[in-house]
Design a binder for this molecule. Structure first.
Ligand code: FES
Length: 170
C-alpha cells in the first residue's frame, strides 16, 4: 500500500502546492527563447543625435525618429520641469508618437501641453512621463530617454514598449 493512501484531498493539494512553490523558490526558471532574445535586444539601443540644445527653445517641439526610421517621436521643450526631463530646467522630454491604443499618430498640443490621439481621443500628459489623462489607451506613451552631450540632445533608450512591437529594437 502506498504511504499516500491515507491522505485526504486537502492534504494532497497542500503537499502538492508546497512541492511546486519549493521548486520555484529553489531554482530560477530558464527564460523562454523569445524572452531571452527580447532582454538581449533591449540592451543594445544605439545613441542618436537629435538636435542642438540651442535649436529647441521653450515652447518648441521637434519631430524625429527613434530608435529607427519606422518609429516616429516628438521632442518637446516645456515651460516647467517634467518627469524624466533634461536640460536647464529639466523640461525637455520626448515620446513615441504611436498611440498605445491602436497606433494612430498622436499630436502635440502646445496650449494643453498634451499629446492627443485623433482616432479615439486618448490624451497623454507631456509633463508626467506620457501618463494617460483620458481615453481608450491603457498604457502611457513610451518615453524616449534623452541626455545632453556637448550641447546636443541625444536619444539613448526608450521606457515602455512602442506600439505594434514585441521589442523596441527590431
Ligand atoms: S488609436 Fe489612439 S485612442 Fe485609439
Amino acid at each position: 500500500m502506498s504511504k499516500f493512501s491515507n491522505l485526504n484531498r486537502r492534504d494532497f493539494l497542500r503537499i502538492g502546492g508546497t512541492g511546486v512553490s519549493g521548486l520555484i523558490a529553489g531554482q530560477a526558471l530558464p527564460l523562454a527563447p523569445a524572452d531571452a532574445a527580447a532582454k538581449t535586444k533591449e540592451q543594445v539601443y544605439s545613441p542618436a543625435d537629435v538636435a542642438p540644445l540651442a535649436d529647441l527653445p521653450v515652447g518648441a517641439s521637434l519631430e524625429f525618429q527613434y530608435p529607427d526610421e519606422d518609429s516616429p517621436a516628438v521632442m518637446i521643450h516645456l515651460a516647467e520641469a517634467a518627469k524624466g526631463g533634461i536640460g536647464p530646467n529639466n523640461a525637455i522630454v520626448a515620446y513615441s508618437t504611436l498611440c498605445t491604443h491602436k497606433g494612430c499618430p498622436v499630436q502635440y498640443n502646445p496650449e494643453r501641453k498634451m499629446l492627443i490621439c485623433p482616432c479615439h481621443w486618448s490624451t497623454f500628459d507631456a509633463a508626467k512621463a506620457g501618463a494617460i489623462v483620458i481615453g481608450h489607451a491603457s498604457q502611457p506613451l513610451p518615453q524616449i530617454k534623452l541626455r545632453i552631450e556637448a550641447d546636443r540632445i541625444q536619444a539613448y533608450g526608450v521606457d515602455g514598449l512602442i506600439y505594434g512591437r514585441h521589442t523596441n529594437i527590431l
